[in-house]
Design a protein. Structure first.
Length: 131
């Protein structure tokens, strides 16, 4: 099977990076309005309960599939599923942030997703580094 293609979830992509910020700071940002706008879309707001619907300014709709502070948020996003998850470093001063998207339609969608999530990660990192 080609890289990124799974039997159950179709094409998928994951992007991760260890950020020099404690888990609480990363969670507060990623689950807050500015962070949600970066990874989910402009004007996105989530009700932190399973099954809650949402809609972005771009018209993308979905629902919350899981919301576990301060660990992960999982949502449907159109025809795909998105998850943002965090793992604290042993010393508590750094956090590995991961974006994962599954049920993509093709290898081309996977490559577009890789570029998109790397860009989102850059923007998240820059926002967290601002004073």
């Amino acid at each position: 099977m080609p890289t990124g293609l799974t039997r159950d979830a179709g094409w998928q992509i994951g992007v991760s990076r260890t950020l020099p910020h404690p888990p609480s700071a990363v969670w507060d940002f990623i689950s807050g309005p500015e962070g949600l706008a970066l990874w989910l879309g402009p004007d996105a707001a989530l009700t932190p309960e399973r099954g809650a619907p949402y809609r972005t300014a771009a018209g993308v709709t979905g629902e919350v599939r899981g919301y576990r502070p301060p660990d992960r948020i999982r949502v449907t996003h159109g025809t795909t599923t998105l998850q943002v998850a965090m793992t604290p470093a042993a010393d508590g001063t750094r956090t590995m942030l991961r974006f994962h998207q599954e049920h993509l339609a093709s290898a081309e969608d996977r490559e577009r997703g890789r570029t998109h999530w790397q860009h989102v990660m850059d923007e998240v990192e820059a926002a967290l580094d601002r004073p």
